[in-house]
Design a protein. Structure first.
Lengths: 326, 289
């Protein structure tokens, strides 16, 4: 990723500085808060693959997140499977769900608002199913047995978990970068810009879009499985609820959809903002979503390319003039 | 079991008429503005609260609240389209989705903040009256809602077919530039259309509340059902929305009967996914997407 301007470099440096400074603060509140933000950042990076690069805006990424979390939880709680294996299956289940939704939706050529609505409906069907059947624990959800250790993937020490998350986020961003630089990534962007033209050039658009959903699903499942290992408890609203889907799309849109750093920066920015608001208005649950919504409206109107697009305008290096935002 | 099917179908039809009324507003907005209004359910929730508070503080019967709530919500819809959605979205389809999503987040969470998540319902003398139809006992409020919703649909159609405003709306829907050239104020017409769509929701709220409840989360359930109804009926088709609403009411009721109450809505969403996948143009739609 070639960052193109001093503004973008400043933004990235600020984000990294913040993430490292969390170690120095050694405050459990800040670490807990940043851990939450990082898990959301992974689902945002998942949305970014399909919504950012491919231009397929999903309104139901909770379907992938929840499937990863539930697959891992069911294997561990109901079948006593080892946490590492269950974790891996969580990622696979997310990928499979992504491929399934993508294959069905794209076979019939759904795009734009229709794709948004069908993903939303999938998440809702899964939410109702998860709250209705015995294997998912029904309305009371699933609880992992507390058993700290590397073998069970449970790390009560928040600093350890935070480090693991940082590594995972870095890996997901590295994969995003590789995708962006690859032929596959170029095909995805071509589909976003003009699908008919992409098909006319011989790109198998259906295959590419489904593959993108599989990758996005794997990232989404990963985020869900991580959430489970952190909180050891899930229920249908927490992992399949619309709040997850909203958080998945809002971070990349604010930070810059279709960029490597945008989803992380957008998510961190939003979470810091809502944390700040929490201090101003302590007893106001839900108001962070009002704040998100206002920021979203402003971003849609004023920042069509998100924070990364905005930062690209400051201190541009004049050696490169193409429009390839990092 | 079979003796339960007829009452279930009838009560499904009653609920379906209200779904149809909510979907009429949504499909009208889609048919003319070509936008999906994500905040439709939140506006319904807001209207339910308006009717509830009119009853709670002023003792106004939900049905008598119609002449008050309808114009207010028409004006609200008009103002939202003209003042927020249109200027903020710069005409892109995805932007409209995001703006209306943001709008619904604002309305829902402010409602949660100010009115808490308590479930409220109105206290009216005829709440438990029932009517016997074909051997099935149905709540009076549901029967009234059924009749009123079915009456509203042809009224809306007459308005669209025979008034100058209706003609202008249809003209803008078919050919925006052409309508502009013959002197129709397109932005005004769009906003009027959005206002009518919102007024449909207000009417639905007045009809729903006597036999339903209101919480800040109630809109989300309805908005998904309304999307399904609109897609099943064929985006933009008024008659389609009416038929689809009734059909979905019956599907929900039968699924609730056979699979258990909590899974009733599964039938609706499975229907939604199946329609989107196999016939995205809907029952009466001509063009997909």
């Amino acid at each position: 990723m070639k960052l193109q301007s001093a503004g973008q470099i400043a933004l990235v440096v600020a984000a990294c500085a913040y993430l490292l400074s969390v170690y120095l603060m050694s405050s459990p509140v800040w670490i807990g808060f940043t851990i939450n933000a990082l898990i959301v950042a992974i689902i945002a990076l998942s949305w970014n693959i399909t919504g950012g690069f491919g231009g397929m805006s999903s309104f139901g990424h909770a379907a992938l997140y929840g499937t990863g979390a539930y697959a891992s939880a069911i294997l561990q709680v109901q079948f006593g499977v080892n946490a590492w294996i269950a974790f891996g299956f969580g990622i696979i289940a997310g990928a499979a769900m992504g491929g399934f939704i993508g294959a069905l939706a794209f076979r019939y050529g759904l795009k734009g608002s229709y794709f948004a609505l069908v993903t939303l409906a999938f998440a809702e069907v899964l939410r109702i199913c998860a709250s209705s059947f015995a294997i998912t624990g029904g309305g009371s959800g699933l609880q992992l047995r507390l058993d700290p250790g590397v073998g069970t993937l449970q790390f009560p020490d928040r600093t350890v978990f935070y480090t693991i998350l940082l590594v995972v986020v870095a890996l997901v961003m590295l994969l995003t970068l590789l995708i962006k630089k690859s032929r596959f990534g170029a095909y995805l962007v071509a589909i976003r810009e003009n699908e008919d033209a992409a098909r006319a050039l011989g790109i198998d658009t259906y295959k590419i879009k489904v593959q993108a959903m599989v990758i996005s699903g794997a990232f989404g499942g990963l985020a869900g499985a991580l959430y489970l290992q952190l909180f050891l408890f899930i229920d249908s609203t927490v992992v399949y609820g619309s709040a997850v889907s909203i958080e998945a799309l809002i971070g990349p849109i604010i930070g810059g959809a279709g960029t490597v750093w945008g989803p992380l920066i957008g998510t961190l920015g939003l979470h810091l903002l809502s944390e700040g608001a929490k201090h101003l208005l302590p007893n106001a649950p839900g108001l962070n979503f009002v704040l998100y919504a206002i920021v979203l409206i402003c971003a849609v109107r004023l920042l069509p390319r998100g924070l990364m697009g905005l930062a690209a305008l400051f201190g541009t290096f004049n050696s490169r003039k193409d429009d390839d935002h990092a | 079991m079979s003796s339960l099917i007829l009452p279930a179908v009838l009560s499904g039809l009653m609920m379906g008429a209200v779904y149809a009324l909510i979907a009429l507003g949504l499909t009208l907005i889609y048919g003319v503005l070509h936008i999906i209004n994500f905040a439709h359910g939140s506006l319904l929730m807001l209207a339910l609260f308006a009717v509830y508070f009119l009853n709670f503080y002023l003792g106004i019967d939900p049905y008598l609240a119609i002449p008050i709530v309808l114009p207010v919500f028409f004006a609200l819809g008009y103002a939202l389209q003209r003042g927020l959605i249109s200027p903020m979205s710069s005409g892109s389809e995805q932007n409209v989705l995001l703006i209306t999503l943001a709008l619904s987040m604002i309305i829902d969470n402010l409602a949660l903040y100010f009115w808490t998540s308590n479930t409220r319902s109105v206290d009216i003398p005829y709440a438990y009256d029932t009517v016997e139809i074909l051997g099935a006992f149905l709540p009076l409020g549901r029967v009234i809602a059924f009749g009123a919703a079915l009456a509203a649909a042809p009224l809306l159609w007459l308005f669209m077919a025979h008034t100058r405003t209706g003609s202008a709306i249809r003209a803008v829907a078919i050919e925006k530039r052409g309508a502009e050239l013959v002197g129709i104020d397109v932005n005004h017409t769009y906003a009027v259309c959005f206002g009518i769509g919102t007024a449909c929701v207000a009417l639905a709220a007045c009809l729903l509340l006597p036999t339903f409840y209101v919480t800040p989360q109630v809109g989300y359930t309805f908005v998904l059902v309304a999307f399904t109804t609109v897609v099943l009926g064929g985006m933009g088709s008024l008659l389609g929305a009416l038929i689809a609403g009734l059909l979905l009411g019956v599907i929900e009721s039968l699924c609730g009967l056979f699979l258990g109450e909590s899974l009733g809505q599964i039938g609706i969403f499975v229907a939604f996914i199946l329609i989107l996948l196999f016939k995205p143009s809907g029952l009466l739609g001509k063009v997909g997407r």
